[in-house]
Design a protein around this ligand. Structure first.
Ligand code: 2P0
Length: 347
């Protein structure tokens, strides 16, 4: 039996201008542009092996060692169909190419961190799936084209296709052709910036991002203000701060955006709570540190879960680690509030 097999890894990304809402749920087209930092491959990542063979009679998928039925996962079906169609088009144009589009596809994917706990597992997972599919089927796709496929799996996944600082342009077209990721700056751009991830809880989140964001779009007045009056200007300011490596501005925008995202969750009816008491204590500690004479030294951000990501210049990280251990001394022994520290150099 001839098997083609490829293994790839893809890192998570943590948004500093948050995506929260869709204008088209099938094509996964967002209601606002967003911007994130792709972490290093060495830290939180998904690892996917895809095998194709003419003898495979059906497509199959295993996530963290457990088989998941593909037909009930429409997003996975769409990603596989898109890649297969592209391969088929290539084979029709060039009959000498092997007919890999007719072969069955087996996918084995795992995360080296808790899945669905608000640590962007769907972002790294679908980015990895799409990238690996393109490799195994030899699809000649640019990173921008790959981001369009990844978006069909999970919106935030389109940003994990690229390293460094990555924007996702919401686009205007109904077919999504202009809703693509773009690199604001490469991973080598700002080596002095590091991320610290505080795993407050690795439990699966109560409200999934997919359903939570649509309830927010349907019920929150604040989020309509955010889409129209806040995000467009914030995207411009954030890109400029990144280009200039202006940490105080980057930090303030990051914290304001996290605050507003969670405010729109509270403004959702019924409300959604992702942050918990420990998350809020982290906000208080970082706010107190930033009030000291030295100015803004760190930025917190929280996604759809209680876990904190702290961005800070490298020189401040050792002190931040000590302060976190001082203010949360019981965390290491508590079952549901465990802090794990990853410092993350981007280069
Ligand atoms: C983000 N999040 O920009 C925001 C911030 C969570 C909070 O993208 O339905 O898992 O698969 O497109 O990408 C989470 O949403 O949702 C997310 P789908 P996704 O990173």
């Amino acid at each position: 039996m001839t098997i083609r097999q490829v293994t790839c890894t893809a890192p998570v990304n943590i948004a500093v201008v948050k995506y929260w809402g869709k204008r088209d749920s099938d094509l996964i087209l967002p209601t606002n542009s967003s911007l994130s930092v792709t972490l290093s491959q060495d830290d939180l990542h998904s690892r996917t092996t895809i095998s194709i063979a003419s003898q495979f009679t059906s497509d199959r998928m295993w996530l963290n060692g457990i088989e998941c039925p593909i037909p009930t996962n429409q997003r996975l079906v769409n990603c596989l169909a898109g890649a297969r169609q592209q391969r088929q088009d290539m084979e029709s144009r060039n009959p000498r190419l092997p007919k890999w589009s007719t072969w069955g596809i087996h996918i084995a994917s795992e995360n080296n961190f808790p899945t669905a706990a608000g640590l962007a597992s769907s972002a790294s997972g679908y980015a990895c799936l799409v990238f690996t599919l393109a490799q195994v089927l030899e699809l000649p796709l640019t990173p921008s084209e790959l981001s369009r496929y990844a978006r069909l799996g999970s919106g935030s996944a389109c940003r994990s296709i690229m390293g460094g600082f990555v924007g996702w342009e919401m686009g205007q077209r109904a077919d999504g052709a202009d809703s693509l990721a773009y690199q604001v700056a490469p991973e080598t751009h700002w080596p002095d910036l590091e991320a610290l991830i505080l795993v407050v809880s690795d439990a699966k989140k109560g409200t999934s991002s997919t359903s939570g964001m649509q309830t927010t779009v349907n019920t929150s007045d604040l989020t309509q203000h955010r889409f129209a009056n806040v995000v467009p200007e914030r995207m411009r300011q954030m890109e400029a701060a990144i280009q200039a490596k202006d940490f105080p501005t980057f930090a303030e925008l990051t914290m304001r955006d996290s605050n507003q995202f969670h405010a729109t969750c509270l403004d959702t009816y019924p409300p959604i709570f992702y942050m918990n008491d420990t998350s809020r204590a982290v906000v208080n500690v970082i706010t107190a540190i930033n009030r000291l004479d030295a100015g803004i030294q760190a930025a917190y951000t929280f996604d759809a879960g209680p876990n904190a990501v702290i961005y800070a210049p490298k020189a401040h990280m050792p002190r931040l680690l000590l302060l976190m251990a001082y203010f949360f001394p019981g965390a290491a022994s508590s079952a549901d509030q465990t802090f794990e520290y990853f410092t993350n150099p981007y280069n």
